[in-house]
Every structure is written in structure tokens, then in C-alpha cells.
Design a protein around this ligand. Sequence first.
Ligand SMILES: NC(=O)c1ccc[n+]([C@@H]2O[C@H](COP(=O)([O-])OP(=O)(O)OC[C@H]3O[C@@H](n4cnc5c(N)ncnc54)[C@H](O)[C@@H]3O)[C@@H](O)[C@H]2O)c1
Length: 318
Amino acid sequence: MSRIVTPFNARSTAAEVIAGVDLSGRRAVVTGGTSGIGLETARALAAAGAQVTIAVRDADAGERAAADIQATTGRDIRVAHVDLADRTTIDAFAAGWTGPLHILVNNAGIMALPERLTTAQGWELQFATNHLGHAALVLGLHDALAAAAGARVVTVSSSAHQRSPVVFDDINFDNRPYEAWSAYGQSKTATILFTVAMAKQWAADHITANALHPGGIMTNLQRHLDETQLRFVGALDEQGQRLDVPPGWKTPQQGAATSVLLAASPYVEGVAGRYFEDGNEAVVLREPGDGYSGVAPHALDANDAARLWDETLRLLRR
Ligand SMILES: NC(=O)c1ccc[n+]([C@@H]2O[C@H](COP(=O)([O-])OP(=O)(O)OC[C@H]3O[C@@H](n4cnc5c(N)ncnc54)[C@H](O)[C@@H]3O)[C@@H](O)[C@H]2O)c1
């Protein structure tokens, strides 16, 4: 399998990646479309003509985001209530969806919670939100995706997947000390493994699935980082103020570019089960890596992907 290379790079914006693409008549769902990368992803898809629904936890924030996108694109945006840590809202949204769904962007996420929090089911919150919630959503929307005959599922992972494989024997940190980055990393590895499995499981339905790292983008995501951590990643100026775009980081419009590429670009037509960054397929690393670029072998392992698919279905049946 040769590596997919496009004309785009780390500096490309969502608007540049989607220029010339007409999404009229296509329907798209973007989770977490209220801020950061999701907001810019929804905006770019809407600007290209798609009928976009943002699936959001906070309805007021959703309405504000929809008004913002409408003001810049002239397109109506639908807002749906979906809390990815609350199964009932996911199931209600999926059950209420009618007709084909052409694009699903699993974008919402939480990062590096300083303490171990769990859902009502006892699932560690980052695993529950970043992976299980999206898995329930994707599975609930399967028939709508299949009906689109060529649907694309795009999942926003992170280079932080390099920090941990899925620890199948103790996913919820019941028997090991909780560590924020291991928990986030595990959840993001799960999103890639699930993508690999989905691409295989649903190939006959003409549904493609790919995952990505968006780059470093200063958003609400970093709200759990303390000053030391923010300083370590270069996110503060000399006065200790957060920089909008620290050196080497991206703007939200650049951060949305790889999501939009995978959601709509002809450059990746038919491509499935792969992991991208900076608009191109990432290099597969020999070992987990430095946490910045490339994809770790533990995130593409076919056996772990099949195991996670089965384990996810089992957990969601509970
Ligand atoms: N910003 C970065 O540097 C960076 C780097 C790597 C990966 N990512 C990933 O990019 C994605 C988008 O993050 P962002 O940087 O735009 O952050 P953000 O905080 O601005 O956006 C995250 C979105 O997810 C939503 N969300 C969180 N929990 C939710 C829940 N339970 N149900 C529904 N929605 C929920 C939030 O409301 C928000 O709209 C995340 O998956 C994140 O892990 C971001």
C-alpha cells in the first residue's frame, strides 16, 4: 500500500483544501461543532454547499455557532443535542435521523482530565467521550451512511495516541494509577483502531473511514492544562498570556483542513482505514515516537482493531 500524498501541507486551510468541491445535496454531521476545529470544519463543509448538522452537548453554544456559520456562509445550519458521554442522547439522535448521511465527522473531544472521572456506566470519561460515544453514534447511523452509497466517516484522533495503546485488561484505570495523558492517549488510539476495523467491516457498504491528527491548535481543549504544561508546549508569551497561535501551531482553519480533506476531497476518494496529518497520510513509525508526528504501530494493529471492534460492541450492549 503506497502512502497517500496530496498537494496540501500543514499550512493549508480548510477553505483551500475544499476549493472547487461542490457538496450540494450532501448531508453532513459534525460532532462538537461549537468551537475550535469542529466549528471551522462545519463552516467549510457548509460553504461548499453541504447541509450541515452540528451535534452538540450545549444547545445554546450550538445556536451561537450556527448563527456564526450562517453569517459567514449564508447557509442554514441544523443544531442537534448529542452528549457523547450520555448514550440516551446519542441513540435519540441516531434514531431520529432519516434519509442518507454522506459525511460524519467525529470531531468532539476532551483532553487530559486531571482526575479520573467516569460515566454512569463506570467508563473512564475520555474513553467514553472520545471513543465509545462516537462508536455508538457511528453504529446508530450505519444505515443512513450505507444509504448514501459512498459515505465518508472522518474521526479526529491525535498524535497523543502515541502515548498509550488500548490497555484491554484495564481500560477504565480500575487497577492501575490514573494518568491524564495515558487516558487521553488510550482514547485516541481507540479512535484509530476503530476506524481501521470500521473500514474493513463496512467496505461492502461503500462507507470509507479514516482518522487524523489535526496539528496543535489553541482551543478550549487545553483548558485542563496548568501553567507549567502550557509553558512546556510553548503556548504562553513572556507575560504568561496564552498565544492565539504559538510558534509551530496552526490556526483553527488550518486545523480543520485534514478533516475537510478526508470528508470531501477527491484526492482521497475510496481511501479507507488510514491515518492522516497535515493533509497527507502519516508515516508509520517503528515505535510509538515523540508524540508529535507519525502514527504508532499499536494504533494500526489489525488484531487489536478487530478486538476493539468486538469489545466496543460488547460494552455498548451493556
Ligand atoms: N487542539 C489541538 O491542538 C488538538 C490536537 C490533537 C487533537 N485534537 C482533537 O481535535 C478535536 C477538536 O478539538 P478542539 O481543539 O477543537 O477543542 P474544542 O474544545 O474547541 O472542541 C471540542 C468540542 O467537543 C465538544 N465536546 C466535548 N465533550 C463533548 C461531549 N460529551 N458531547 C458532545 N460534545 C462534546 C465541545 O463542546 C467542543 O465543541 C478533539 O477530538 C481533540 O481531541 C485537538
